[in-house]
Design a protein around this ligand. Structure first.
Ligand code: NAD
Ligand code: MG
Length: 380
């Protein structure tokens, strides 16, 4: 039902995806002009609440005044906490400062933390909300495509430790998510593409028709708000369905890691240097690796892997390890980096592999030397 073509003039249409988690259920509202209506939406779930808006410097400059005005018009008091942009803000130091400022602003448990920004702000503010006064309510206003289709859905929040990414955190669901496609207009193209890789992932996991729609309409998804609303809604619906089945990742939720076992290793080996590789680019390369590895192990035909690569390369995403600038790590180093992933259980490598487009599955205990041989061939 979500694939209906709409003209961009009619960008007033709105999709609502319900995340069904019993008493912690919430809506993801996807549409245009939502920043202007943020106050209205938030007042409905938390009339009279005080709000602490957590945002980064870039987003504050571009979009904060719209949200502040909207809250004010809806009769909601707000205070703003601005952090530097970038992954470095997912730290204990910044977390401590945001908590202190929220407490200084007298944010009570029934008040609201509002995360206005990309995944960095969402994860940080979400973890503040999870722990502030043993758990406060929060609203996500994701401003990157990646955060609209991925990090704002599912309730994972957290910060980084010197031992690795996302090692300190909590599951804490928001009370509401407002995904406004208008903010994507100011997003750098590279960041948009990175988020798009995660959109493609949802098609590859379990929805061949969606992948085919993307193949036919990628340009529209990059350029038109109404197609963006559709793509984000399908993505959120897919993630929400999987999360509702498996909130704390005991089973099926692992499918969402398609491309991530390879991707995380590549990110680790580039020291999370966003000049060389951003997360979604790692996922794009990782999904091509997963597809090519699946073909090599005989789970799917080489044509499936070629099709995945053609689409991702077609929108300008990197697809091979050699596409990463100044790549020097060898196959063994990549394998070692995979073993450091927190999702590796007792030494056995779990991969998300593909039997076809839209037919991903969890492959447990893949032999390390198979992976090593595959990576050696990928690097030559
Ligand atoms: P980000 O939050 O760092 O945003 C990317 C850049 O875009 C930043 O410089 C930001 O200031 C800027 N920006 C944000 N919105 C903008 C806009 N509308 N216009 C112009 N510039 C804008 O990165 P991200 O890709 O959104 O998120 C990455 C983070 O998300 C990582 O820390 C990752 O671990 C996390 N993540 C979490 C989950 C989860 O389930 N919780 C899932 C995926 C990723
Ligand atoms: Mg991801």
């Amino acid at each position: 039902h979500l694939f209906r073509p709409q003209s961009d003039q009619d960008a007033t249409h709105q999709e609502i995806v319900r995340v069904a988690l019993g008493g912690r259920s919430y809506d993801i509202v996807i549409g245009a002009g939502l920043l202007q209506k943020a106050g209205e939406h938030i007042a409905r779930i938390a009339p009279g609440a005080s709000c602490a808006i957590v945002t980064d410097e870039n987003v504050a400059r571009l979009h904060l005044p719209t949200v502040e005005l909207s809250l004010k018009e809806a009769g909601l008091r707000s205070t703003t906490i601005v952090v530097p942009p970038g992954e470095a803000s997912k730290s204990l130091a910044v977390y401590g400062r945001v908590c202190d400022e929220a407490l200084a602003a007298k944010i009570e448990r029934r008040d609201l933390i509002i995360a206005l920004g990309g995944g960095v702000v969402g994860d940080l503010a979400g973890f503040v909300a999870a722990s502030l006064r043993r758990g406060s309510r929060f609203v996500q206003i994701p401003t990157t495509l990646l955060s609209q289709v991925d990090s704002s859905v599912g309730g994972k929040t957290g910060i980084n430790s010197s031992h690795g990414k996302n090692l300190i955190g909590a599951f804490h669901q928001p009370a509401l998510v407002l995904a406004d496609v208008d903010v994507l207009q100011t997003l750098p193209l590279r960041e948009f593409r990175a988020g798009y890789a995660e959109v493609v992932k949802y098609g590859l996991i379990g929805d061949k028709r969606f992948f085919e729609w993307l193949e036919a309409d990628a340009e529209a998804v990059f350029n038109s708000r109404s197609e963006q609303i559709c793509a984000i809604a399908v993505s959120c619906e897919t993630k929400a369905t999987i999360v509702a089945r498996d909130e704390t990742e005991q089973g099926d939720r692992a499918l969402l890691n398609l491309g991530h076992t390879f991707g995380h290793a590549l990110e680790r080996l580039t020291n999370y240097d966003s000049i060389r590789l951003v997360h979604g680019e790692g996922v794009a390369i990782g999904m091509v690796c997963a597809a090519r590895f699946s073909a090599r192990l005989g789970f799917c035909t080489p044509a499936v892997a070629e099709r995945v690569e053609r689409h991702l390369a077609g929108v300008g995403l990197p697809t091979r390890i050699r596409d990463i600038p100044d790549w020097s790590a060898d196959a063994q180093a990549i394998l070692d980096a995979m073993y450091q992933d927190k999702k590796v259980e007792r030494g056995a490598l779990t991969f998300i592999l593909m039997r076809g487009i839209g037919e991903a599955f969890i492959a447990k205990s893949i032999a390390a030397d198979e992976v090593l041989k595959f990576l050696e061939d990928e690097l030559t």
